[in-house]
Design a protein around this ligand. Structure first.
Ligand SMILES: Cc1cc2nc3c(=O)[nH]c(=O)nc-3n(C[C@H](O)[C@H](O)[C@H](O)COP(=O)(O)OP(=O)(O)OC[C@H]3O[C@@H](n4cnc5c(N)ncnc54)[C@H](O)[C@@H]3O)c2cc1C
Length: 384
């Protein structure tokens, strides 16, 4: 039987496994269950899908333990060229190399079991986890399954995605293949945030005629959210609110969704000025598929007819079915917004901890970001 089982081996699950090892948990007492063969595979796929060149967060945010680890790694292995100056945001290539380095050096790949948790039951002081690969037993669980709700799909697009079509894809869906974009001469990217803009710029550079349809004006902000949300100063503001609805209100107010850093906003306007892409604040209200393309009806009344539509509308944060079942069976507290209501130590019940976007009501709007895992690991590892 395991002492610790972490469900999800993305940014959060991988860092927490390292933090637990550093707290002295022996290798054979700890496992990370994840359907992907490699740590951070889901993150990597999403970042590459949109052609993301640099992270938004600074080089102090990474999966290792010591804060300057990525910064020092960059100097030793890649030189300065891979770090841009402003806020020391690392390139995706550098961040990925550092992940590989941390995983290999700490043998974190040895902790991984491949599989997807489908059900959790408590038997005395043990949890039984059913997965598509069999059963596991553990005394403590960490739930680190990410936003877990899958791609956010606008209601008018749902019928078009019921059957696979080369005309439409969500860039964060498991079936999205960026190579399919190369066959389209006219691409529309729907979305107004960083992922949408990075994707539009990348595809325009590849030679496609790209139109970006944004539901809102360009919103510029260096970070999402304010860096204060990775410090006790802001987190104390959240902790003082005892009503989960008031916490949710504060988080939504502070989240700054759909914002882009100034340098990316500049790249966008340069691409528009050069005629490489067209940007319109005019969301889609309806869409119809034709054999040779799509008719997109915009809110302004205009109709756009691209070969292919890419939805860059983000991910939904949602309690997956197996956790909703666990909550019902164990009568675990759920806030009115649907998120787990955790203790300050991130425990949902004795010996069940939660990290990532599902821990927002305790860790605030940065809970799902890379810095959120460092905040979470500190609380989980020190409370156990
Ligand atoms: C394109 C993009 C760029 C981003 N850039 C930044 C950035 O620059 N800086 C920053 O701080 N944040 C950034 N973020 C936000 C955040 O860091 C990422 O979303 C990150 O992937 C969150 O990590 P996670 O481990 O919580 O979730 P994930 O990376 O989604 O990992 C969750 C893992 O759990 C697995 N899983 C799910 N269900 C189960 C189950 N039932 N059983 C077992 N395993 C399961 C999944 O397969 C996955 O491997 C970005 C997000 C995106 C989408």
């Amino acid at each position: 039987m395991l002492e610790w089982l972490i469900l999800g081996g993305g940014v959060h699950g991988t860092h927490i496994s390292l933090a637990l090892r550093a707290r002295g948990v022996p290798e054979h007492h700890l496992r990370v269950l994840d359907p992907h063969p490699r740590p951070l595979a889901a993150w990597d796929r999403r970042a590459r899908s949109i052609g993301m060149p640099f992270l938004r967060s600074p080089d102090m945010h990474h999966i290792d333990l010591a804060a300057p680890s990525l910064h020092l790694f960059a100097h030793r292995h890649a030189g300065h060229r891979d770090l841009i100056r402003r806020y020391h945001r690392p390139s995706l290539a550098l961040f990925s190399e550092h992940v590989e380095h941390v995983v290999t050096r700490n043998r974190l790949d040895q902790l991984r079991l491949r599989g997807q948790a489908t059900r959790i039951d408590q038997k005395g002081d043990t949890f039984r986890v059913d997965s598509d690969q069999g059963q596991l037993h553990a005394r403590r669980l960490v739930i680190a399954v990410g936003a877990a709700g899958g791609p956010r799909i606008p209601s008018w697009a749902a019928p078009l995605l019921l059957t696979p079509s080369p005309r439409i894809a969500h860039v964060f869906s498991d079936t999205y293949d960026p190579h399919d974009d190369a066959r389209a001469a006219d691409l529309v990217v729907l979305g107004g945030g960083l992922s949408a803009i990075q994707l539009a710029i990348a595809r325009a550079r590849d030679g496609a005629r790209v139109t970006m349809l944004s539901p809102h004006p360009l919103r510029v902000s260096d970070f999402d959210p304010d860096p204060c949300w990775s410090t006790d100063r802001c987190l104390r503001r959240l902790a003082r609110l005892h009503d989960p609805t008031a916490r949710r209100r504060l988080i939504e107010q502070e989240r700054r969704p759909g914002t882009v850093p100034p340098e990316v906003a500049r790249q966008l306007s340069q691409a528009v000025q050069r005629g490489q892409l067209c940007w319109r604040e005019d969301p889609i209200s309806a869409a119809h598929q034709r054999p040779e393309g799509l008719d997109l009806h915009l809110q302004s009344g205009a109709i756009v007819r691209p070969d292919r539509l890419l939805l860059a509308t983000g991910l939904r944060c949602h309690l997956p079915f197996f956790l909703a079942h666990l909550a019902e069976a164990m009568q675990l507290p759920i806030a009115p917004c649907g998120a787990p209501w955790l203790t300050p130590e991130l425990a949902w019940a004795p010996r069940i901890y939660v990290s990532g976007a599902l821990a927002e009501l305790q860790l605030g709007p940065a809970a799902g970001n890379i810095i959120g895992t460092r905040l979470a690991a500190r609380r989980i590892a020190s409370s156990s």
